[in-house]
Design a protein around this ligand. Structure first.
Ligand code: ADP
Ligand code: ZN
Length: 711
């Protein structure tokens, strides 16, 4: 269809992306056909593009209703950076500013207008909209309409008035909340006409999932941060005090960190948020309150200092990492003590809720103790099934092995019996390991038969084995009796009836540490160095323009630049995330920085891979022919021709390939390229051409062919 082609062009021109993500294209086609649509996609899935692209290609104004005022400014800034005219209206603007925006709407100068629901429903606003050509209504965070959900906003229930008054205008409702009830509420309450519903997978494959024992957390965090040099991230803590304490400790260890919680005043919070957005602080230690209203795409990692209450919350929080699609990490610290304090907290709450919340906590705990792919568990929780393991979680990377643990289990159970079921987990482990601490001595536990019988097993491993025993029902935890361990019917089977038990063993992962120590390939080191240079440039330009750095280019775009090293306009435009308008504003500076980088490296005697054709280019411009260059550089002439082909493909000036392959030859070779495709192997083309044309002529013809295809 004609219009979807326009949409794809707009995607490239304004956003710099070559392809739609799965579903975006279908969603946009529906909208362009003026159908109503409901979009359920995880955070970072690319919801905004679903209405921003139609907004650009449809005549008129797209009105976006969003409850997050803080977010509006960011989104409008990002759109303006992409060369799309947009504005917002909410209570934070002065009357004069509002008037200006309204005039721009009436004059037809805007493609997108963000409004808060309050503003939309305020007196006279709808009749104002009647005077504007509205192309599309986009209701963002549409789950706010549901009284069942956790973000209920009463004003949202009045949005039905839109369909009543603008029955011909299509509407798209978007949310990252997946449950059925919410979905039904959205459809019904917005009065959507027979909407198409798009539910995308909630998988976020770029987030690496990890769980570590909670012991010694702070050191583990600094170790983690050393491997995430300067990368922005969030540490979620349970308490306000916790956020402050950790932020302080991090600062004392030389990190740029700050805290964020509901106890701070609005100004302090805004400052923390702003500093984080602008990459002026690296780390925010926050209670769950943080993150709701931010749209920072280059959050590279999220750490949970404490176990979250439930999987929904956990998933939402880790989802704040890696919205740009680049590699990101989620690290959860887990200890039994956390589970217990969380349980105590929940028990104090309202009774009806408690039961449900305890069940949810159990599921969270099971996730933390998983012995199978963690992503499977997460997606299963949201009703999705994966056909294979993810390969991007700690379990997949380091699968646990099981062994006959009968003896281990017997030792533990016997110790529980001999201490009259009066000890909790910590004390039991002390007894098993033969500790001489006060509690052990006072109880006289050093005199029982199993005292010290488990010396050969470390404390951490004992904990893991006991957790497994708990999960398998081999022992019980008396929540109401100071968490002492009790025997069960199943314990007796193991102790007295010869029942065998398998336990799962986790080898401490030494791997990642070694990975870092191993000398990294030079290519990667150089790529990282360039990435750092580009990131620094991005920060300088962002400060100059008064926008957050990720608005200029996302991390994944910078990574692609660092890998591809584009050194001219055409090559730069082929990087995902570089649209023509962005190129005009920033592209030149980035090209320049890359060229400077390459020159610096070459002066240092480092061969920069991917830049070798530039050396050829220099020599060629200086009047050397390919044979001469090959001799000087001690390379095969075919290699030099292939450099010239690449240069030509990338649009370098002054590379005339017809000097080396004449028109007639090209036309003949072209026939085979057309039938085998431009990406065919040289050897196959060579054979198809009856071995009549030299390799370098075929390579050059491919380049000419590709350029012709681009038009
Ligand atoms: P959501 O609103 O669903 O949380 P966004 O719309 O903010 O997600 O998109 C997340 C990130 O993915 C942004 O950096 C965005 O530019 C990028 N993105 C969106 N669509 C595409 C696409 N088709 N190709 C590449 N990147 C995309
Ligand atoms: Zn996995």
């Amino acid at each position: 269809m004609m219009e979807i082609r326009e949409a794809r062009e707009a995607l490239k021109l304004y956003f710099g992306y070559d392809n739609f993500r799965p579903m975006q294209e279908q969603i946009i086609s529906c909208i362009l056909k003026r159908q109503d649509v409901v979009v359920l996609m995880p955070t970072g899935g690319g919801k905004s593009v679903c209405y921003q692209v139609p907004a650009v290609v449809m005549p008129g104004l797209c009105v976006v209703i969003s409850p997050l005022i803080a977010l509006m400014k960011d989104q409008v800034e990002a759109l303006l950076e992409n060369g799309i005219n947009a504005a917002f209206l909410n209570s934070s603007l002065s009357a004069e500013e509002q008037y200006k925006v309204e005039n721009a709407c009436l004059a037809g100068n805007l493609k997108l207008l963000y409004v808060s629901p309050e503003k939309l429903l305020s007196a006279g606003f709808l009749s104002f909209l009647k005077r504007v050509q509205v192309s599309l209504f986009a209701v963002d965070e549409a789950h706010c309409i549901s009284a069942w959900g956790h973000d209920f906003r009463p004003e949202y229930t009045q949005l039905k008035i839109l369909k009543q008054q603008f029955s011909q205008t299509p509407m798209v409702a978007l949310t990252a909340t997946a449950d059925k009830l919410t979905q039904k509420d959205i459809q019904e309450q917005l009065y959507l006409r027979d909407p198409q519903i798009f539910i995308s997978s909630f998988d976020r494959p770029n987030i690496n999932l990890m769980v570590k024992p909670g012991r010694d957390r702070f050191n583990k965090i600094t170790e983690f941060l050393d491997k995430h040099h300067k990368q922005p991230g969030i540490i979620y803590c349970l308490s306000r005090k916790g956020t402050e304490a950790i932020a302080d400790k991090l600062k004392r260890s030389g990190f740029k960190a700050t805290c964020y919680h509901a106890g701070m005043n609005a100004q302090q919070r805004a400052k923390a948020q702003e500093d984080f957005l602008k990459d002026d602080v690296q780390i925010v230690c926050a209670t769950v309150a943080f993150g709701m209203g931010i749209d920072k795409s280059n959050v590279r990692w999220v750490i949970h200092y404490n176990l979250p209450k439930n999987i929904e919350g956990y998933y939402q929080e880790i989802g704040r990492a890696g919205r740009d699609g680049a590699k990101s990490d989620a690290l959860l610290f887990y200890s039994y003590a956390d589970v217990m304090s969380m349980r105590n907290m929940l028990m104090e709450g309202n009774e009806k809720q408690t039961e449900l919340q305890l069940v949810k906590l159990d599921r969270m705990q099971q996730y933390a103790e998983a012995t199978i792919c963690r992503r499977r568990i997460l997606l299963q929780y949201f009703g999705e099934t994966m056909s294979k393991d993810c390969g991007n979680c700690d379990i997949c990377r380091n699968p646990p092995t099981s062994f006959d643990g009968t003896l281990v289990v017997q030792k533990a159970l016997s110790a529980i019996a001999r201490t009259q079921e009066k000890v909790n987990m910590g004390l039991l482990i002390d007894v098993l390991r033969g500790s001489r601490n006060a509690q052990v001595m006072e109880g006289g536990y050093d005199r029982i038969k199993t005292y010290g019988a488990g010396r050969d097993i470390g404390t951490m491993d004992w904990q893991r084995y006991l957790h497994q025993m708990l999960n398998a029902g081999l022992v019980e935890l008396a929540y109401d009796q100071n968490y002492t361990l009790k025997l069960t019917e199943q314990s007796r089977q193991v102790l007295f009836e010869g029942r065998k038990v398998q336990l799962v063993k986790f080898d401490e992962v030494k791997q990642p540490v070694e990975e870092v120590r191993k000398a990294r390939p030079k290519k990667e080191v150089i790529q990282d160095a360039l990435f750092e240079r580009l990131r620094a440039l991005r920060k300088r330009m962002a400060d100059e323009h008064g926008v957050p750095p990720y608005v200029i280019f996302s991390d994944s775009t910078l990574q692609e630049m660092a890998a591809e090293k584009p050194t001219n306009r055409i090559a730069m435009l082929s990087i995902s995330g570089v649209g023509s308008l962005k190129y005009e504003r920033y592209g030149y500076d980035f090209v320049n920085e890359i060229i400077n980088f390459i020159t610096d490296e070459q002066e240092k005697g480092n061969k920069v891979k991917g830049a070798t054709h530039l050396v050829t280019y220099e020599a060629f411009k200086n009047g050397n022919n390919p044979e001469q260059i090959a001799q000087q550089r001690k390379l095969n002439p075919v290699t030099i021709y292939s450099h010239l082909a690449t240069l030509y493909e990338q649009g370098y000036e002054g590379v005339d390939l017809y000097r080396f392959v004449n028109k007639k030859e090209y036309l003949a070779i072209c026939k085979s390229i057309e039938s085998l495709g431009a990406d065919a192997k040289l050897k196959d083309l060579y054979d198809a051409l009856g071995e009549q044309y030299e390799y370098h002529k075929i390579r050059l013809s491919i380049a000419i062919f590709k350029r012709e295809q681009l038009g």
